[in-house]
Design a protein around this ligand. Sequence first.
Ligand code: DSN
Length: 420
Amino acid sequence: MDAYRAQLQSFDQDIADAIRGEERRQSDGVEMIPSENYTYPEVLAALGSVLTNKYSEGYPGRRYYGGQEYTDVIENIARDRACALFRAEHANVQPLSGSPMNQACYFAFLNPGDTVLAMDLSHGGHLTHGAPVSHMGKVFNFVRYKSAPQQGGAIDFDALMTVAKATRPKIVLCGYSSYPRDYDYASFKEVADEVGALTMADISHIGGLVAANVMRNPFDSGFDVVTTTTHKTLRGSRGGLILSKAAYAKKIDSAVFPGLQGGPHMNNIAGAAITFKKAAASEFIEYAQATLRNAKALAAALLAEGVTLVTGGTDNHLLVIDTVASFDVDGQVAEEALDSIGITTNKQVIPDDTRPPLRPSGLRLGTPACTTRGMCEDDMGRIAQWIVKTLRHPKDTAAVEATREEVKATCRRYPVPGIS
Ligand code: DSN
């Protein structure tokens, strides 16, 4: 790695400097975008390896190019480890990331125009769960359900059953990118069974928490298909993973390749294999538990300051602040204000938001990345104070500068893996 870095530095200083700058940014600030994390040095080594040179269309033992003796080993290990980690019968490790992963599942099981029951985007669902602006929303008929934010984000399963009976979905999909609660998978399964639909859970955000068994595993409730990205709470290389019952293996594999993708990125798949090995170790369970503890501590400290949280709290790694109700600023203003003190977050629509996505009413925060660098509940109390102080007085430049220095000083105590 160091040799590669030295060569890059002497050949292309502009890019080398930008990478160095990004390393400093990641070290000096608190990363609180809930879908981001710091991966392992071992994974960075695999990503920067010669595996990036190789084309491997097909699957182990059935490839369209020669020279696969090592790539087959890597993909088989990745698949076996993924199945063991999630208690799945089949794993496809080739999706390039979360969006193609979900698209492949739709194309495996649906014809254009078929109906899917999925969570509304503003209530925490994902673009690929049929948001009207996504291609998937145009190809398939997504019927959206919502949560009840005033009742802790509860989902009304009687209402969902009525909608399912009326619309006869082929897939009942649960999963989220901005929902701070866990899912009652058994109730989703009941609805799906009643109408003969397939059950699919997109656990991209909580994949690491499910792997560590600190959140529910949809397979324990009999789910058919589970998707997750590998770079969020799992802390790995960027990629998508489709897990399923063995009966769906062929359909899913053909939908990924040749249906949707060409050559898999073998350096990422090696990174995923390493990630799954890391996630099976007891240190990872401790990490997952700490991520949840930190999210609860952050939520409690913000609530104690009178901040309004969507659904009133969190059961996972993320929380959503209603910034308009709490500070009378929109999510864009809040994101920029926190950027200026070195806390990175993202603006976020809240349930049934009346504001546009680039000026929404909320802000999304999460604890996976800061927990990776070892931050604990005391730090969450400090972070909550910095957030509240800054969002109450975003134009107080002296306070902003002083807080920025405090953030940096705290960050220096917690090195980032892979950055020296
Ligand atoms: N971009 C990811 C997230 O932030 O949740 C999901 O697509």
